[in-house]
Every structure is written in C-alpha cells, then in structure tokens.
Write a protein that binds this ligand. Structure first.
Ligand code: M6R
Length: 621
C-alpha cells in the first residue's frame, strides 16, 4: 500500500524531463497502490519545495498547477493509503525533519512510533501530522545533524525503527542523492543514463527505463546521477540483482477501454494462454522449469497448505478441489493472516503453496516466512516477477498474466487457477497418479479455455444490460457448490468491492442451515450451476436449491453450461457458458460475474479501477 517514487537526473536532463514530470508519471502508474492523498518534494536552489493534497492524484496536479514548482532534477513522490492519521492534507506525505531541510516519504507501518514520538517530543520536536512517518522524518533529521551524511543518517535511523517500511529521503544539503531504505516493504531501483529511479514497483519508472535492480530486505540504497550504491542495515556493502523488465509501458495503459478493469477482463483469454505457454516438452510432458524443488522432494509431499488472501484465496479453494482429485494429496486452504496464529501442523513433507498477484501481500509473506521456519517447502504462485514472496520461496510458478492495474483482481484470478491446475497435474505426473493420456486430455481442454472465455466476452451484452437494470439493488446473494462455491464467493467479493453492495457467497448446501432466512420477495440470487455432465447428484441438488429460494420469492439468475435446459424454467435470467470438464468450469463461470459487477458499478458511476478504501497491494498486516 502506498506508492513511492524517487528520481535523480543530470541537470541537462531537465530539458527532456524534469524531476516533477518523472514523479507525477510514476505516481500516475502507482496510484493503484493507494489514493487517499498524494504529494511530491523536489530539491532545487538549496531548498525543498513540496506540494501535497488529500484525495486522488488529480487534486495534487491541480494544486501544482496553481502553485508551480521551480524546475528540479531530483525529488520524491508518494501516493497514500492511510494507516496512521486520516486522509487529510496534513497527513499526506512528504513529511519534514531537520527544520524543513529534509523531506521523507514512507510506505508501511512503524510499529514503535508512539514510543519514538514521545522521546522526540521530550527532546523538543513538534509534529504537524498524526502519522508514523513524521516520526521517522524527525529521527532522520536528528541523525543527519549528528552525521552530516544522509546515507549514514538513514542507516542509524532505520536501526531504531520496528515494523515494515520503505523510506525515501532528500535533504537540501545533499542535492546529489536520493536515499532509500527497505524492510518488509517493496522497493526497486530503475537504471537510466545520467539518471536513476526508485519505485514501489517497476511501473513507477517503466516510461523511462526497462533496466532495474532488486533489493534484499534490510538494505539502504543511495542513488546519484551516475551510481547506485547499496549497503545492508549493518553498514556492510551489498550487491543488487539486476533484471530486465519484459513488459512495456503500453501493457499498463487502458488501450481504448473505459477502465483497466474492463481491459483486464478482456485480456483473460490471453492471460490463461500465457500462463499455459511453454509448460510442456516436445513429448507433451509437463515441465515446470521454474520449480526449484527437486522432483524427489515434491514426490514426498504428504500435505499441501495453500496460503492466500481475498481473491487469491478463492483461487486456492478451486485449486484444492483439483489438486486433491488429481493427486490424492490432502490440501488445506487457509487465509494467510489466520495461519500462523493457530499453531499449524507442518513438517518438511508439507508443501506450502502461496498464491499472490502482487507477491507483496504482507499477510501472505509473513505466513510463508513462518512456514519456512517450521521446515516446510514453499512454492509461490505469483504474477509479479521479482517480488518478495517468490524471492523468498523455495520455488515459483509465475503467472505471466501481465500487469494487473485495477484494484479488483480479474485476469490474475483466472491465471492463478490455471497455474494451480498445472501444479496439480505436475504433481500427479510425478507421483504417477494420472496416466499421461489423462494429463494430456486435461491440458488439451485447458488450451481450449481461452477461446471459450472469448465466446463469453463476445456475448456479454445481456449480462451488462441486467447489471444496468439492477443498479438500485441493495443486496445480492451468490450460491455455488463444489468448484462453483469459490466462484460464488468471488462473484460476491467483486460486487462488494466495486459496487459497494451487500453481497454474500454461500455454499448452496449451507443455505438451509441459516442463510435461507435472508430470502424475501425479489431478493436477487446468482446460482453457479455445476455441469449436468459431472456428478449427476450435484447438478440436481443445485437445481433443488434454486427451487428452494424461488419458493421463497428470490429472483434467480443462473450461470450454467450450454445446453443445461433444466435450469431455464427456474431462472429469471440464465447465462450460458461453453462446456468444459467440471473441474475447469471456474475459468468460465467466473467471467459473467466479473462482467456483472463491473457493469453495475459503472452504472452507479463508481470508479471501478480504484474502489473506495482499497489498495491493490496490501503491504500492511
Ligand atoms: O496481491 P494478492 O493476490 O496477494 O492480493 C490478495 C488480495 O488482497 C486481493 O486478491 C484482493 O482481495 C483483491 N482486491 C480482490 O479483487
């Protein structure tokens, strides 16, 4: 949460782009990380110039237009997701230390801020905001006074901080550098010619360079126009890992769509295709090259624990059905933030599979670290190359779905499910649990999924029309069974986060144990219907569930397989999806629910890319 960007360039670069242009462009791309307020600070002519404003980046831009900054060639910028202190102008970053000569921006939470604030107040400091960041700024100011060196001051200051943080600082007396530190919070360096960049992720500088450097935990980096120097928190020198960014800036643009979310929904055929790409050898055998755990170790797996949050956890629940069915390995799915507080049973034969689009979700990262400490093997299913969770895991299966910018996850969800299927099939292949013919049949069906998603997208108008007509609906329920259950949960989550409508997803069988009391005349209920070609009893039980809610006045909207005429007479609206294997159905049945939520929120006039109170990358616990 919070987007961070830093820049320094040679003075002659100002003709090309001044620091402010780079910072605002970076913030525009990072705004998905938080949009409660935004701010910038530049250093020019021996002074710090800063502007900050509550609300979205557009407010800051208006502010700067009203009071322009003098051209500068270094600066820092921030877009905030509020933790300590409300989203006000005062609490917006940057914050200042050393009598206004130092500006600091921060992502994360400084856990011992109250204690530090007390000490600093006793020493005579006064505070303009309620933030933990201002405490770090004052502390850094004191350290600068003592050392006269911004890098060393940062080193001394961070060693007094507990918690998770990325900090960036500039000082009027050090106009040749931007200094940054990271602990449990993301930061990457962008490498230019005569200029260097810092960002929460590569989108912070993707318009200016494709060459980047990864930092490890507990490191400080000092960027100047010609150098990137890294040290550890103990002062020892360190090397960063250089990498090339293999997506271009246009992948992070709307490309003619009204929103990133719409674009990403439409990118789903390609996302699934790219997740499947290059995973088999010439003989058709699955080869997951990125898995750095030996086949012998994987064969010994006695239990799988899937750790994830939000949408990724629903992808994990789909994975459970498939992996258990194909491998006969027991799979537990757990919300990452609950995991380490329940004394889970783990040993070296446990495979912990984390699922995360961003690879930075703090709850998931902490759970993975805990699992490692307990001796488990850890495997990350992740979309963001080089992010912290895959870097700290024993193995990784990247999604290759391209950048997902909209806060509500769509294409990453389908790609996560696809990658989980690949993992399940790979384990089944290793353990000889499925015949090679069975695996290639499932893979062949998976390869047909992108075309089938496209069919749903091409026929989406009736779903959108229904959504537009339901803009005043106060509540929507979603029912599903088997793999349709996590799809129902995901459908409800999309509607909550985008349209701010009360929505709940239930296992259809659970209805009679309580939730059916919610049904009253006209209550819309989406039902994700399993294939009639799967287990017969499952389909007929869901049809019975549909009748049960209709008998109590519900308006039923069903998502069913092509040709499933049995549901038509019990549905106000029915949306058909193409046939596929029952276990693969979530890759299709999710899509109408995403389209519905997006269209309904759009009809209500909401910003579907940046829903209120949320941030894309949740880097606080
Ligand atoms: O980056 P991650 O996949 O780890 O994020 C996990 C959740 O925060 C995320 O899926 C969240 O629930 C989305 N807003 C859902 O649309």
């Amino acid at each position: 949460m919070c987007g961070i960007v830093g820049y320094i360039g040679l003075p002659e670069k100002i003709a090309e782009h001044q620091a402010l242009d780079v910072l605002l462009e970076g913030l525009r791309r990072l705004e998905y990380r938080g949009y409660d307020s935004a701010g910038v600070a530049t250093v020019a002519g021996g002074t710090i110039e800063a502007r900050k404003k509550s609300g979205k980046l557009a407010n800051l831009i208006d502010e700067i237009e009203g009071a322009p900054l003098v051209p500068a060639s270094l600066g820092i910028g921030h877009t905030r997701w509020a933790t300590h202190g409300g989203p006000t102008d005062q609490n917006a970053h940057p914050h200042f230390g050393d009598d206004g000569r130092l500006a600091v921006i921060h992502n994360g939470i400084i856990e011992n801020f109250a204690e530090l604030k007390q000490k600093l107040s006793a020493a005579g400091h006064t505070f303009d905001s309620q933030t933990d960041t201002e405490v770090a700024a004052k502390l850094l100011g004191e350290a600068y006074q003592a050392t006269g060196d911004l890098t060393e001051a940062m080193r001394q200051a961070v060693n007094e901080l507990d918690g998770a943080f990325t900090l960036l600082a500039v000082h009027t007396e050090a106009p040749d550098r931007v200094v940054a530190a990271r602990r449990n919070s993301p930061l990457v360096v962008g490498l230019g010619e005569g200029e260097n960049f810092l960002g929460s992720d590569v989108s912070g500088f993707i318009d200016f360079t494709r060459e980047a450097v990864e930092l490890e935990q507990d490191q400080i980096v000092t960027i100047t126009t010609g150098d990137v120097a890294i040290i550890n928190f103990d002062g020892t020198p360190a090397e960063g890992k250089r990498f090339h960014i293999n997506w271009d800036a246009s992948a992070a643009e709307k490309g003619g769509y009204a929103s990133f979310m719409e674009k990403e929904i439409h990118e789903q055929p390609k996302a699934v295709e790219d997740t499947l790409l290059g995973r088999t050898d010439a003989s058709g055998k699955l080869t997951l090259d990125e898995l750095r755990i030996s086949p012998e170790e994987l064969k010994r797996t006695s239990k799988i624990i899937v750790l994830a949050c939000g949408t990724a956890a629903y992808a994990g629940t789909v994975a459970k059905y498939a992996i258990e069915h194909w491998t006969r390995i027991p799979v537990e799915v757990e919300l990452a933030h609950e995991f380490r507080y329940r004394d889970p049973i783990i040993d070296e034969t446990t495979l912990v599979v984390s699922i995360s689009q961003s690879g930075e979700t703090m709850d998931t990262l902490m759970a993975v670290r805990y699992a490692k400490e307990q001796g488990a093997r850890t495997l990350s299913i992740c979309n963001t190359n080089g992010s912290t969770i895959p870097r700290e895991s024993d193995a990784v299966l990247y999604l290759h779905a391209g950048p997902e910018i909209a806060v509500a996850s769509t294409k990453a969800f389908l790609a996560m499910i696809t990658a989980s299927y690949l993992l399940g099939l790979y384990l089944a292949q290793l353990r000889g649990q499925l015949f090679s013919g069975q695996i290639s049949d499932i893979l062949a069906d998976l390869h047909k999924i992108p075309g089938k998603i496209q069919t749903i997208l091409d026929g989406a108008e009736p779903i959108k029309a229904l959504a537009r007509g339901m803009a005043q609906t106060p509540s929507v329920l979603f029912l599903g069974r088997h793999v349709g259950f996590p799809v129902a949960m995901e459908g409800a989550l999309k509607l909550k986060e985008l349209a701010y409508i009360h929505a709940e997803g239930f296992a259809a069988g659970e209805l009679k144990h309580g939730p059916i009391a919610l049904i009253e005349e006209g209550q819309p209920v989406f039902v994700v219907v399993p294939s009639p070609r799967g287990r017969d009893s499952l389909h007929s039980k869901v049809v019975s569930n549909i009748q049960e809610v209709r008998a109590r006045g519900a308006k039923t909207i069903t998502v069913a397989e092509d040709g499933d005429d049995a549901v038509t007479e019990f549905s106000e609206n029915v949306f058909f999806v193409p046939e596929t294997q029952p276990l693969l159905m979530p890759l299709l049945t999710t899509v109408p629910l995403q389209i519905f939520a997006c269209a309904l929120a759009t009809e209500k006039g909401y910003d579907v890319d940046q829903p209120r109170n949320l941030a894309k990358s949740v880097t606080v616990e």
